[in-house]
Design a protein around this ligand. Sequence first.
Ligand code: G3H
Ligand code: 13P
Ligand code: ZN
Length: 311
Amino acid sequence: MALVTTTEMFKKAYEGGYAVGAFNVNNMEIVQGITEAAAALNAPVILQVSAGARKYASHAYLMKMVEAAVADTGVPIALHLDHGADFETCKSCIDGGFTSVMFDGSHHSFEDNIKLTKQVVDYAHSKGVTVEGELGQLAGVEDDVNVSEEDASYTRPEEVQEFVSKTGVDSLAIAIGTSHGAFKFKPGQEPQLRFDILDEITKLLPGFPIVLHGASSVPQDFLEEINKYGGAMPGAIGIPEDMLRKAAKSAVCKINIDSDIRMAMTAAIRKHLAENPSHFDPRQYLTPARQAVKDMVAHKISNVLGCNGKA
Ligand code: G3H
Ligand code: 13P
Ligand code: ZN
């Protein structure tokens, strides 16, 4: 099996009432942990690469690692650019073998977002690559850009039809209260998602795949582990998993998770080194780290997304 686009994945996810996990990859252990979990559970999976990941690992290394995972696992894998900031970045990923790109024009005006997204769609579609657009702005940190809560804004349902029809995007990321990073709500604040906005958008775009970014749930056991071994992340709060389960059954076909993987890895490494202070071979602490990624992704696939057995 070769890398696939998101078209077939989303069609089956929409009809089947589940979502496909989109997990950020930055190195070999993360690629292996995610794809081993997907293979073990016979699940489709999206590996997504941010500009920061391309800078850290390089396009060529990421490409080869993902190709190795495709050959190794046999499950459908899409390789997706996360938060493409401009046409050149999207083009470089399309030309370099990605099967899907996101153009994130959410920081632009509505008109410019349409114009810039359409330019990416035209090029991507001419190469058989799918495109995710975004309307509305999430709070949190992405690629060192910090969007404050005041600047974040929910997606306006009245804009979605015009955006989708004028740009030709294949999926749409919306803002309904999720946010990037591990600190999504203030301590004491009741986590809430605007399912009413999602419902309205679903009615306006029947059958159209919706994407949720910022969907890490910050499981308390990992947080406790990180805090126990010296990494203080006091007050980290994620999206409750029952809300994500509900979203996965709806028009939401792609759910983005990065922070939970970071925390799972870091917790495993901190624990290993605290318990084995004499270890200095990276394989000794990266083996449990890779296993922690696999366990986290397996949990998401089976208990949150519902895409197990859907490859
Ligand atoms: O949305 C942001 C993702 O978590 C990627 O984060 O830009 O630090 O690689 P990054
Ligand atoms: P989290 O920070 O909640 O994991 O979100 C990741 C994301 O949306 C990547 O695009
Ligand atoms: Zn995101």
